[in-house]
Design a binder for this molecule. Structure first.
Ligand code: BG6
Length: 484
């Protein structure tokens, strides 16, 4: 049911993720009318011994970051904050969770006068090490008890383990307590506007249907760059590295949407079935198709060990063994402290056979989906250079969202995904078998890296990353085009 009393519990309420992402996303949903004050109550739960007002004060700064906020905005924030109550307790003893349950039940009793069912959403803004104990406590103390229906759901986020075995162990522990339809594994890239657009582009446009295969596509790149380092997160990052932080999850999820076959329908299970098939078709990664880098200065972070070999940059080529994609390299590239902040998908087409214009040197057709910043979809194509001569030039068909959809606010990924969890739509969440298949692809490489079999190549912060990565790309058949 989508109506009835809704209790949202943010576990780890005083932590960074909660303040920066979870509460602002809830606030935005509230502002847009998706969280109705007569139905919803929000509970912050954490170990710190603070009061309701102290938590509200801490969150306030993240909701009103605009110093020139109007009195109305400020009042709006105050109203939202009144929906939040703080409960203090530990993550592995029943006491705190019993108290939490009591608070939630009181809220439900007060609201259930309207004869609604009860919905309980637990958002884990927590380190995964406490996931199993928190799941046990919720199961034991805090499940929905309404006889009028309703549900209990949990929302968890990476890192889901460090490799296949640890991820499977975590999945098994959670899976013993909750059924798959109750578990929402967030990968926030699946909440991005242009990632969600991928299925529409591919399957609602006649343009792409005949084109989207090994006969026409030379290579696919999925690229993530950040122009800042691991500042302040060195401790976490050093344990995981760029492959676990970005590639094995965010970029691989994007790859699935680019490469999957058409699902039977838009039902979440149909879509996820197709994604799993793509992941299961990926061949083992070859050593010579990997370039790792580490930016100079990374180890200066006091939380990073002096001799750390953790990559902050990686380019990895994946090969999909199926009828559609055999021979087409999927180049996944991610790096911190590079020259720009950008995430995009670039689909490069093969050369035109029997080219009478000799326009090859100008570059190939390319289809680009820029996920961020400045969302855009554009096609690079060859046209006649305007003028008297019969000359060709490369130009673009450009759908820039900022121009085309002026005044439209693109929702934040977390906002959209939290709304999905309330609505019970798992389409944009990672299923257990999908997670397993994703770890199967990267675990052998990650183990080799962890065993010290690779030394990341140093690169200058603010650069394009190691030159070896560009070489790998050109060896894989990518032809650099200029301009745009
Ligand atoms: C997170 C990573 O999952 O994604 C961070 O842990 C990274 O290292 C972030 O900075 C990037 O997200 P976005 O939405 O800014 O591209």
């Amino acid at each position: 049911p989508e109506t009835g009393c809704l209790s949202i519990v943010v576990l780890g309420a005083s932590g960074d993720l909660a303040k920066k992402k979870t509460f602002p996303a809830l606030y935005n949903l509230y502002r847009q009318g998706f969280l109705q004050p007569d139905e919803v109550h929000i509970f912050g739960y954490a170990r710190s011994k603070i009061s309701d007002d102290e938590l509200r004060k801490r969150i306030r700064g993240y909701l009103l970051n605009d110093k020139n906020a109007s009195p109305e905005q400020s009042e709006d924030v105050s109203k939202f904050l009144q929906l939040i109550k703080y409960v203090n307790g530990s993550y592995d003893t029943e006491e705190g969770f019993q108290l939490l349950d009591k608070e939630i039940s009181e809220h439900e009793i007060s609201k259930n006068s309207q004869e609604g069912s009860s919905r309980r959403l637990f958002y884990f803004a927590l380190p995964p090490s406490v996931y199993p104990s928190v799941c046990r406590m919720i199961k034991k103390c805090c499940m929905n008890k309404s006889d009028l229906g309703g549900w209990t759901r949990i929302v968890v986020e990476k890192p889901f383990g460090k490799d296949l075995d640890s991820a499977e162990e975590l999945s098994a522990q959670i899976g013993e307590l909750f059924d798959e339809p109750q578990i929402y594994r967030i990968d926030h890239y699946l909440g991005k506007e242009l990632v969600q657009n991928m299925l529409v582009l591919r399957f609602a446009n006649r343009f792409f249907l005949p084109l989207w295969n090994r006969d026409n596509i030379a290579n696919v790149q999925i690229v993530f760059r950040e122009d800042f380092g691991t500042e302040g997160r060195g401790g976490y990052f050093d344990e995981y590295g760029i492959i676990r932080d970005i590639i094995q999850n965010h970029l691989l999820q994007v790859l699935c949407l680019v490469a999957m076959e058409k699902p039977v329908s838009l039902k979440p299970e149909h879509i996820r079935d197709e994604k799993v098939k793509v992941l299961q078709s990926v061949l083992p990664i070859k050593d010579e198709e990997v370039v790792l880098g580490q930016y100079e200065g990374y180890r200066d972070d006091p939380t990073v060990p002096d001799h750390s070999n953790t990559p902050t940059f990686a380019t990895v080529i994946l090969r999909i063994h199926n009828e559609r994609w055999e021979g087409v390299p999927f180049i996944l590239k991610a790096g911190k402290a590079l020259n720009s902040r950008k995430a995009e998908i670039r689909v490069q087409l093969k050369d035109v056979p029997g080219d009478i214009f000799r326009c090859k040197k100008q570059g190939r057709n390319e289809f680009v989906i820029r996920l961020q910043p400045s969302e855009a979809i554009y096609m690079k194509l060859t046209v006649k250079q305007p003028g008297l001569e019969m000359q060709t030039v490369q130009s673009e068909l450009d759908l820039s969202y900022g121009q085309r959809y002026q005044g439209v606010t693109i929702p934040e990924a977390y906002e959209r995904l939290i709304l999905d969890t309330i609505r019970g739509d798992q389409q944009h969440f990672v299923r257990r078998d999908e997670l397993k298949a994703a770890w199967e692809i990267f675990t052998p490489l990650l183990h080799r890296i962890d065993n010290g079999e690779y030394t990341p190549i140093p690169y200058q912060p603010g650069s394009r990353g190691p030159a070896e990565a560009d070489e790998l790309l050109s060896n894989a058949g990518y032809i650099q085009t200029h301009g745009y």
